[in-house]
Design a protein around this ligand. Structure first.
Ligand SMILES: *Cc1c(COP(=O)(O)O)cnc(C)c1O
Length: 368
C-alpha cells in the first residue's frame, strides 16, 4: 500500500486503520448478538455526536443523497410549502428532490461565495406559510459555511421545521442539534463521520417525528419510510433483533469504531482541530497567492477549502501534477464556474502531516 496516494477530496476521505480493520472482519448475521450490540451502541453514540439527547437516529444503507431523500420523503406531503436556501450545488439538489414528493419549493439563492441574508430569510418565513426549510451547513461545491443557529431559531419562531444538510459538516464543524433547535440533521458515512461510503445517517427531533406521525398520506417512498425503520432502530437499541431490510453489517461495525474514536477525542476538540487544520491549509494557500470562493472568513467551511486556480493554471494541469506528488484533490463542482477552482477536503482524521503533504504537493505542482 506504500504507493497509495493521500486522499484529500471532500469525501471519501482518509479513514482510521481501526475502522478499516473493523470492516474487514468476517460478516456477522444481522441478528447475531454481537452485531446487535454494535448497532445499538452506534445509535446511542450518534446522539452524543449530533448533541441531540432526545433525537431519533436512523442509519440505512445508502449515501448522503438518500439521507436527504429520506428526510424529505417522510416530512413532505403533496402541496406542502418548503423554503430551500441555496449556497451551492447541493441546495439545488434538495430543491429538485423535494419537488418529487409534491412540495411547492421556494428557492432563495445566495450570491456566489456568500450566504442568504437573514433578513431575506425572515421576510420569506413571515409570509410564506412554509412547513419546512432546508439549508446546507457546508456546501461542498463552494466551501461556503452557513451558521445554523440563527436559521434554526428563525424557523422555530415561525413554526417551520428545519432540515440541515450536514453531509459535509457533521462530526467536523460544531453542531449542537438539540440546543440549536434543528429538526433533522443528515449526513453520510464517507465524510467527516470517517467510514467508507455506504451509510445514510440522520437524527430526527421529537417535533419532526410528531409531524411525520400526523401525516394524512402514506410516505411516497417505500424504502425510506420511517415507519418501517423505526421499530428496527428501537429494537437494536434495546438489544433485540429485528428486520426490515438487511443492514450493511460491516459498515455499521465500522461506524461503531469510528464514533467511539470520535467521542474519545471529544466533539469540542474535534471541531477545534478542524478549524486549526483549515486555518493552516488556507494560510499556506494564501502564501501561494491563491484566493477562495467564499467571500469572507466567517463563511468559510472548516471541512474543505475551495481555492481558485492561479492565473494561467488549469485543472487539467494542476490535478494530475498534484496526484503525481502523491496527493489526490478534487476539481470544481458548481457547473457555472467548474473550471476556475479546485477543492481540498480536510475533515475526519485529518492531521498536520496530511496538511503538510498536501501543501507541499500543491506548491511543487505550481512551480514553473
Ligand atoms: C457529499 C454531499 C452530498 C451528497 O452525498 P452523497 O453521499 O454523495 O450522496 C449532499 N450534500 C452535501 C453537503 C455533500 O457534501
Amino acid at each position: 500500500m506504500t504507493d497509495r496516494k493521500l486522499l484529500m477530496i471532500p469525501g471519501p476521505i482518509e479513514f482510521e486503520p481501526a475502522v478499516l480493520e473493523a470492516l474487514a472482519r468476517p460478516t456477522l448475521s444481522h441478528v447475531d448478538p454481537a452485531f446487535i450490540a454494535s448497532f445499538g451502541n452506534a445509535l446511542k453514540m450518534m446522539r452524543e455526536v449530533w448533541l441531540c439527547p432526545n433525537g431519533q437516529p436512523f442509519v440505512v444503507a445508502g449515501s448522503g443523497t438518500l439521507a436527504m431523500d429520506m428526510a424529505g420523503a417522510n416530512l413532505i406531503e403533496p402541496g406542502d410549502k418548503v423554503l430551500v436556501l441555496v449556497t451551492g450545488y447541493f441546495g439545488h439538489r434538495y430543491a429538485e428532490l423535494l419537488k418529487r414528493y409534491g412540495a411547492e419549493v421556494t428557492v432563495l439563492e445566495a450570491p456566489l461565495g456568500d450566504t442568504v441574508p437573514l433578513d431575506e430569510v425572515e421576510r420569506e418565513l413571515a409570509y410564506g406559510n412554509f412547513k419546512l426549510m432546508t439549508f446546507t451547513h457546508v456546501d461542498t461545491s463552494t466551501g461556503v459555511f452557513v451558521d445554523p443557529r440563527p436559521l434554526a431559531e428563525l424557523a422555530q419562531r415561525h413554526g417551520v421545521l428545519s432540515i440541515l444538510d450536514g453531509v459535509c459538516s457533521i462530526a467536523g464543524e460544531e453542531m449542537r442539534q438539540e440546543a440549536w433547535g434543528i429538526d433533522v440533521a443528515v449526513t453520510a458515512s464517507q465524510k467527516a463521520i470517517g467510514v467508507p461510503p455506504g451509510l445514510a445517517l440522520m437524527m430526527v427531533s421529537p417535533k419532526a417525528m410528531d409531524v411525520w406521525k400526523q401525516r394524512k398520506t402514506p410516505v411516497g417512498n417505500y424504502f425510506c419510510d420511517w415507519g418501517l425503520w423505526l421499530q428496527v432502530m428501537q429494537a437494536y437499541e434495546e438489544g433485540r433483533p429485528s428486520y426490515f431490510a438487511t443492514p450493511p453489517i460491516n459498515l455499521i461495525v465500522g461506524l461503531e469504531v469510528s464514533l467511539k474514536l470520535m467521542l474519545s477525542e471529544g466533539m469540542e476538540n474535534r471541531s477545534a482541530r478542524h478549524i486549526a487544520m483549515a486555518d493552516s491549509f488556507r494560510e499556506a494557500m494564501r502564501t501561494l497567492g491563491l484566493s477562495f470562493i467564499p467571500v469572507r472568513e466567517e463563511v468559510m467551511a472548516h471541512t474543505l477549502s475551495a481555492p481558485y486556480y492561479p492565473e494561467g493554471v488549469t485543472g487539467a494541469q494542476l490535478l494530475p501534477a498534484v496526484s503525481k506528488n502523491g496527493v489526490v484533490i478534487a476539481g470544481g463542482l458548481l457547473p457555472s464556474i467548474k473550471d476556475t477552482y479546485f477543492r481540498v477536503g480536510h475533515m475526519g482524521m485529518v492531521n498536520v502531516e496530511h496538511i503538510a503533504r498536501t501543501t507541499i504537493a500543491i506548491t511543487e505542482a505550481l512551480k514553473p
